[in-house]
Design a protein around this ligand. Structure first.
Ligand code: CAP
Ligand code: MG
Length: 432
């Protein structure tokens, strides 16, 4: 092999042992499309900037990537699955999504999707519980499960945090959630927060007869500390651990998933920082890739967005595609979004979580787009209710129940003062 262009074979037909990646390439003016495309395949597999005799070794060529399709700005690259260490997401992404984003050989580069082979898929455990397992935990087979993040997201004392939990559980929600940046701060230490919150949860669960739970953030300085926190949750009778999957990293997600397997804890995946990679459509690592990697690694629940109804970016088409990616047994190719086909070979579906800038008068719009087999998270749209968190939770519960019963929100508001107040206060417009 001489230069980058030797990593192109537009006549190649990939087989079931090829991992496929779909890239969008911005070719520099001083270069040529073929040189840019070849650079992506070379640098994401075996090559570098200089030709080398050793690139002609049979064993090296056997694990080299090749561009096999190019349409406009989009290319598809085939990677022999032998190139990868099965079960090692960090190594897989260090190849496909590693140096290539910083190469001068491209002006911009977007990895839109990855199609994993059966051997690679089967090398990951996938979710322990998955959507069906979580549904079994709650006596709510059909409606969306409802959760609320305690807000202000950081700063509350433990007593104030526990009081927020009391109010949202009393108000009818299923789950309290720590926010992405709440961990073990001095004013709300982890163990005290867990112990006190779960005590209140037990009381309310016993009184209401409804299952209540708590997504507890174990994101910590290292895996040893995260394991200690997960064990503490188990010892206190909790059912969930939550981690920030991007800021902790892929190997941490994999380790925490194993810890959760041993402890029988469900794993909630918060994706804070994903926007740094996923937001710009011409450059970076797509949320579609984040979602498929998270499903393989085995999170039970994953934030996917509000389908453009709430405060965070994410078009309806993209979020609907994400929901399909993490719940279907088989994903068809989505030519419009440049998303690839994916067979999941029995990897369990993940529970989609819709969150970000929602309030009770927007949940029907989200369910119209994403259906009801989802989780709905509302933070500011509950704790910002004029009559406080309990009222906000009541309003959310009533809004979801109304939707499930086919009752218009305005009609439901006539029978629920908290929903009426929310309607008067927020109206029906989306948030930014
Ligand atoms: C939502 C949230 C979540 C976002 C994360 C926040 O609060 O707690 O972290 O939903 O984004 O801090 O913004 P609000 P995504 O309900 O008050 O907006 O779900 O898209 O990953
Ligand atoms: Mg948050």
């Amino acid at each position: 092999m001489a230069g980058y262009e030797d990593f192109i074979d537009l006549g190649y037909k990939p087989d079931s042992h090829d991992v496929i990646a779909s890239f969008r390439v911005k070719v520099p003016k001083w270069s040529t499309p073929k040189r840019a495309w070849g650079a992506v395949a070379a640098e994401s597999s075996v090559g570098t900037w200089s030709p080398m005799k050793s690139l002609n070794y049979k064993n090296v060529k056997a694990v080299a990537a090749k561009v096999f399709e190019a349409k406009g700005e989009w290319i598809r690259i085939a990677y022999p699955e032998e190139h990868f260490e099965p079960g090692n997401m960090s190594q897989i992404l260090a190849s496909i999504a590693g140096n290539v984003f910083g190469m001068k050989a491209v002006d911009a580069l977007r990895l839109e999707d990855i199609e994993f082979t059966k051997k690679i898929v089967k090398s990951f455990r996938g979710p322990q519980f998955g959507k069906q397992g979580i549904r079994k935990m709650f006596k709510a087979p059909k409606r969306p499960l409802m959760l609320s993040v305690a807000k202000p997201k950081v700063g509350l004392t433990t007593a104030q945090h526990v009081e927020v939990g009391r109010q949202i559980w009393e108000g009818g929600l299923d789950l309290l959630k720590d926010d992405e940046n709440l961990s073990n701060q001095s004013f709300n230490p982890f163990e005290r927060r867990v112990r006190e919150s779960l005590k209140v949860r037990d009381r309310i669960e016993n009184r209401t007869g409804e299952k209540k739970s708590y997504l507890i953030n174990i994101t910590g300085p290292n895996i040893q500390e995260m394991e200690k926190r997960a064990k503490f949750i188990k010892a206190q009778g909790g059912e969930y651990a939550m981690i920030d999957i991007i800021t902790t990293g892929w190997a941490a997600v994999s380790s925490v998933r194993e810890i959760c397997q041993d402890l029988g804890l469900a794993l909630h995946a918060h994706r804070a920082m994903h926007g740094a990679m996923t937001r710009v459509p011409t450059h970076g690592f797509s949320m579609e890739c984040v979602a498929s990697c998270a499903r393989l690694l085995g999170v039970d629940q994953l934030h996917i967005g509000t389908a453009n109804i709430g405060k965070l970016v994410g078009s309806a088409a993209d979020v609907i595609e994400l929901e399909d990616e993490i719940t279907a047994e088989h994903n068809d190719e989505n030519l419009k979004l440049h998303c690839l086909e994916q067979e999941w070979f029995g990897i369990k579906p993940v529970f989609p979580v819709s969150s970000g800038g929602l309030h009770p008068l927007l949940v029907d719009k989200v369910m119209n787009r994403l259906g009801t087999d989802i989780m709905l998270q509302i933070g500011g749209g509950i704790h910002g209710h004029p009559s406080g968190s309990y009222a906000g939770a009541r309003a959310m519960r009533e809004a979801v129940e109304a939707y499930m019963d086919g009752v218009d929100l305005a009609v439901a508001a006539k029978k629920c003062k908290e929903l009426k107040e929310a309607l008067d206060y927020w109206g029906r417009k989306g948030t930014r």
